[in-house]
Ligand binder design. Structure first.
Ligand code: BQF
Length: 296
């Protein structure tokens, strides 16, 4: 009884080691190292932490990185000009705009300003569209990391009922697309639940694979899932905890103990999906440098 742990921290290290080896081969052939350009707006502590995690990951695998910081008063026009500059810069392979952006900036407008060939987050409509029709594209890092985890632990999706809770452009919606398409990572019957879903438990209780990406700690409890379910907890909320050095701890969307009692597999928070997201960003940045997705 009790779930086995899907160890994202361990698997992310494996993915990063493999990217590091590929980067060595790439530079060994006389190419310059891949370069990721991060654009960070304002001073959100969580965003700072995420950007630091990504910069450190780049250093680890031999990818060059630079962070362009802008004040949260930056206009959409100024931001677009910064993005244009990196679009036209041959030394930049990948461009990442750290989300969330300030209220007065439309995230989709600024994402659309990125050259889709440098969109290593996979959020540009060109990449979303190509993914939807099964063409080569940059896939968003979190869904790509989840697929990598399922694959590593030999958890198949074919014919399963996958239930995704949360319909964001970043996680839920692309996750639903990947799982429902007719490819090796899909073939699942997919249900997407969101804030307008009337009876959440009616759906979650039937899930063979349950992916939760909402940002509400404790949303999913043991009574809402069936025995043996594979649970992927994408939630990552800071809750005050004065027993820790930082004064907070990270918590997922699942009531871990009650869900783990019934689940077959479960991701921990932290150390589950989060590290995989960062590792897949490294993979996408190398693909961008190699022009693997969009050959000239
Ligand atoms: C871990 C993110 C919400 C909103 C914007 C490792 C990360 C997180 C957790 C990380 C995330 C979440 C990122 C752990 C990047 C994932 O050990 O559990 C790494 O850095 N993430 C982001 O850039 O923007 C977000 C979540």
């Amino acid at each position: 009884m009790g779930a086995s742990i899907l160890d994202g921290k361990m698997l992310a290290e494996k993915v990063r080691a493999s990217v590091a080896a590929d980067v060595k081969v790439w530079t060994g052939k006389g190419n310059r190292p891949p370069k990721l350009q991060v654009v960070l707006i304002g001073e959100n502590p969580a965003s700072n932490a995420y950007v630091n995690a990504k910069s450190k990951a780049c250093e680890d695998v031999g990818i060059d990185t630079h962070t362009h910081t802008l004040p949260d008063t930056v206009s959409e026009k100024e931001l677009t000009e910064v993005v244009s500059h990196y679009n036209n810069d041959d030394a930049t392979d990948g461009i990442l705009i750290q989300l969330p952006v300030p209220e007065h900036i439309h995230p989709l407008s600024i994402i659309e300003a990125i050259d889709h060939r440098k969109d290593v987050d996979g959020f540009h409509p060109m990449n979303v569209g190509r993914m939807s029709v099964g063409q080569p594209c940059f896939r968003p890092c979190t869904p790509a990391g989840i697929v990598e985890m399922l694959d590593h632990y030999s958890i198949t999706t074919k014919g399963k009922h996958a239930v995704v809770v949360g319909a964001s452009n970043i996680v839920g919606s692309p996750m639903g697309i990947i799982l429902s398409r007719e490819n090796s990572q899909g073939k699942a019957t997919t249900t997407i639940c969101h804030k307008f879903t009337k009876d959440l438990t009616k759906h979650t209780i039937d899930a063979d694979i349950l992916i939760v990406a909402v940002g509400l700690p404790g949303l999913i409890t043991g009574q809402m899932v069936k025995e043996g379910v594979v649970v992927i907890d994408v939630g990552i909320t800071r809750v005050a905890d004065h027993t820790t050095e930082k004064g907070y701890k990270l918590t997922g969307d699942c009531d871990f103990d009650s869900v783990a009692e019934k689940a077959g597999w479960i991701t921990p928070v932290p150390g589950g999906v989060g590290p995989m997201t960062v590792a897949m960003l490294m993979k996408n940045t190398l693909l961008a440098a190699k022009r693997s997705i969009y050959p000239e």
